[in-house]
Ligand binder design. Structure first.
Ligand SMILES: [Fe+2]
Ligand SMILES: [Fe+2]
Length: 182
């Protein structure tokens, strides 16, 4: 098997395992209490609106970020953990089912490949939301007048294209590293 085939097989296997873990998410009372006390009331409302699988994922990302953030200044640490808990909030904007998540992975997680499905809203809309969730979440966060640094971390959590300060770039790298582990 060629290297690239091996790599893409490993990626699909990893994603399918990730989806499997998302099937039956569980939460501890402590972590839910922590999220409730850490986030503002409005942020927490958004967090609670997320699908259980996404909430589980965001908590896992936040736990990893927390262990990475020990050296950070308190305001930087707060920003990173808030972004970790909310970075996938854009996924709330579509009725995303497990099948859509698996289908998107099988399409290679590429935006261009969802174009043919646009004409079928029940499939096309959730795929569109999955593909664009970073932008969609950031647009909503901006509309809610959340801090520009938080908006930028949500907007760029799957890319490197944003112009941002060195401090925020460092936080983005931490967020992406944790996101890739979950
Ligand atoms: Fe994401
Ligand atoms: Fe994520």
């Amino acid at each position: 098997m060629s290297m690239s085939k091996k790599t893409s097989f490993a990626r699909i296997k990893y994603r399918v395992q990730q989806v499997g873990r998302a099937l039956l998410p569980t939460f501890t009372r402590e972590e839910l209490q922590w999220a409730a006390s850490f986030l503002s009331a409005e942020e927490h409302e958004v967090f609670r609106e997320m699908a259980p699988a996404d909430r589980r994922h965001c908590l896992d990302v936040a736990h990893i970020c927390r262990s990475m953030a020990e050296q950070l200044a308190p305001d930087q640490r707060r920003l990173l953990l808030t972004a970790a808990l909310l970075h996938d909030m854009g996924k709330r904007q579509g009725a995303i089912r497990l099948g859509h998540r698996i289908f998107f992975v099988l399409l290679g997680s590429r935006r261009s490949r969802i174009v043919p499905f646009k004409r079928w809203p029940l499939v096309g809309r959730p795929l569109h939301v999955i593909a664009r969730h970073a932008r969609l979440g950031a647009a909503e966060a901006k509309k809610r007048n959340w801090a520009p640094d938080l908006v930028a971390l949500i907007r760029h959590h799957h890319d490197q294209s944003g112009s941002m300060s060195d401090e925020n770039r460092r936080l983005l790298q931490m967020l992406q590293r944790a996101d890739n582990l979950c």
